[in-house]
Ligand binder design. Structure first.
Ligand SMILES: CC(C)(COP(=O)(O)OP(=O)(O)OC[C@H]1O[C@@H](n2cnc3c(N)ncnc32)[C@H](O)[C@@H]1OP(=O)(O)O)[C@@H](O)C(=O)NCCC(=O)NCCS
Length: 182
């Protein structure tokens, strides 16, 4: 079965949204997307723009790990363009192999249209099926209201807060951890 198979299709604001596995030719879109998030200073772990070579390497590793069932990654596509990416990575340690780490980001233009919620739910369902994880966890900036509210809607609950646990352009902000049992 092709790894870039389509998992789900739905309409949002009159446009068709395709949720599918990523492919190597998504590289340019993913690079543009991550750099637009860096530029807007989104609440993500990266602060520096990525290079084409670096992104290519990162994507090749991601796809290899998807094939190896270490990660499930899905993209959201609208009109042939990738607008978001979400992934669950299975913990590599034996004792934690039932736990997956979750991440998600959408470009600005695609937000607030319930694409994040549907992409997150789709990637978590795939992670349960493919990676056999039972728990999904995430770390987020406590002040990132859209993300935290979206995660709650997806069934995550807050388990801890680490004061000053995450850096944001020279400031130490609070980091929360959330968990979802599958
Ligand atoms: C976080 C993110 C993935 C959410 O995706 P989204 O498509 O914008 O969110 P959705 O439209 O699916 O909204 C789902 C729920 O999240 C909450 N939400 C979304 N946008 C919100 C906003 N601007 N303010 C408050 N809550 C918001 C709402 O509860 C919403 O449900 P509702 O509209 O029925 O009330 C997206 O905003 C994003 O990629 N942001 C930039 C990158 C980022 O912050 N990633 C997370 C790093 S931890």
């Amino acid at each position: 079965m092709a790894r870039y198979r389509i998992v789900k299709k739905f309409r949002s604001n009159g446009e068709e949204v395709i949720i599918r596995y990523p492919k190597i030719s998504d590289g340019d879109d993913l690079l543009r997307n991550i750099n637009s998030l860096v530029e807007e200073r989104a609440f993500i772990a990266l602060e520096k723009k990525q290079t084409k070579a670096g992104e290519k390497k990162w994507l090749a590793t991601l796809l290899k790990n998807v094939r190896g069932k270490k990660i499930v990654a899905l993209v959201a596509e609208i009109n042939g363009k990738v607008v978001g990416l979400s992934q669950v990575e299975k913990n590599s340690k034996d004792a934690f192999s039932h736990v997956g780490g979750f991440g998600i980001s959408l470009i600005k233009e695609a937000r607030g249209r319930h694409i994040g919620e549907r992409l997150a739910k789709a990637v978590i369902a795939e992670a349960k099926r493919v990676l056999k994880v039972r728990i999904v966890t995430l770390g987020a900036y406590a002040c990132n209201r859209p993300a935290v509210d979206c995660y709650r809607k997806c069934g995550f609950v807050k388990t801890e807060i680490m004061k000053g646990g995450i850096k944001y352009h020279g400031k130490f902000l609070d980091r929360i951890r959330m968990v979802k049992y599958l």
